[in-house]
Design a protein around this ligand. Structure first.
Ligand code: COA
Length: 265
């Protein structure tokens, strides 16, 4: 499957999705959102894909935000429709059964930072720059951008990022807990590969259930999230992977986990 604005490659259990518009620093046009929606829906149902990587084409940007050229044609209704298109992409990423790693290879601004925030793990090149600059353009980070960032790194830091609109370094992103690791730019792919290999070795069913639980703790209240956690934990015991994990530990060998059996019933 080819996409107008994405470069998607699948190999060795890892799907790499690069937003591919380097001439505009990979800005998110309506076509990018449509392509990302299609691509994430396909990856969700591909049992050969154990980990998904999101990155940006070229050597300058992960994604430099929404395509500002499309702003002029927007009225209130179109703005709502566009927001819905963006949110279903960010929701798809969070809800993929596979873990999603953001390989942040440059500017991650506005909707680009939000794209990274919608991933599970964020690894940044030391040259990457972050921020929500929307306020400089007379808007603010919609598409769930204020909400998700606040829940992820806490309301105080998120508030300052939204209101000030300043760009900040990968080092600062690490201090804020926004990225898990900062590496020299030349070492980014190796570190991303290391993390993917780690994730690929874990039980796909356990990862799927764990993601659902982590999503619930981000989205629901305390009791509801804890109920989701308990139900998902029970779900694991309907499959053989728990026993295989324990047996492999006791037999001092690597575990052989099962592929995803399909959507949870
Ligand atoms: N939407 C559309 N085009 C964009 C873009 C965006 N979000 N970000 C960059 N581009 C385009 C530029 O217009 C430029 O195109 P041109 O060569 O036809 O003039 C090209 O990408 C390169 O960007 P440029 O601004 O020349 O690079 P720079 O090194 O001077 O600055 C940035 C890099 C990221 C600081 C700057 O491009 C920028 O601030 N981008 C907008 C970020 C933003 O506000 N995002 C949130 C949008 S809601």
């Amino acid at each position: 499957m080819t996409y107008a604005t994405l470069d998607v490659s699948i190999g060795d259990g890892i799907a790499t999705v690069a937003v591919d518009r380097p001439e505009v620093l990979n800005a998110l046009s309506s076509q990018v959102f449509a392509d990302l929606h299609e691509a994430t829906a396909r990856l969700r149902d591909d049992p050969t894909v154990r980990v998904v990587v999101i990155t940006g084409a070229g050597d300058r940007a992960f994604v430099a935000g929404a395509d500002i050229k499309e702003f002029e044609g927007l009225d209130a209704n179109r703005a709502i429709a566009r927001t819905a298109d963006g949110m279903r992409v960010y929701d798809n990423l969070r809800r993929l059964p596979q873990p999603v790693v953001a390989a942040i290879n440059g500017y991650a601004l506005g909707g680009g930072m939000l794209l990274a925030v919608a991933c599970d793990i964020r690894i940044a090149a030391d040259t990457a720059e972050f921020g929500y600059p929307e306020i400089r353009l007379g808007v603010f980070p919609a598409t769930g951008g204020t909400v998700l960032l606040s829940r992820l790194i806490g309301p105080a830091a998120a508030r300052a990022i939204c209101l000030l609109g300043e760009r900040f370094s990968a080092g600062r992103a690490y201090e804020l807990g926004l990225v898990t690791k900062v590496v020299p730019k030349t070492g980014l792919s190796a570190e991303v590969r290391r993390v993917c290999d780690l994730l690929k070795g874990y039980s796909p069913i356990a990862l799927r259930e764990l993601k659902a639980v982590l999503n619930a703790s981000l989205e629901d209240g305390f009791d509801a999230a804890r109920d989701v956690e308990t139900r998902a934990y029970a779900e694991l015991f309907r499959h053989g992977d728990v026993k295989e994990g324990a047996r492999a530990f006791l037999e001092k060998r690597p575990p052989r986990f099962a592929a995803l059996p399909g959507p949870r019933g």
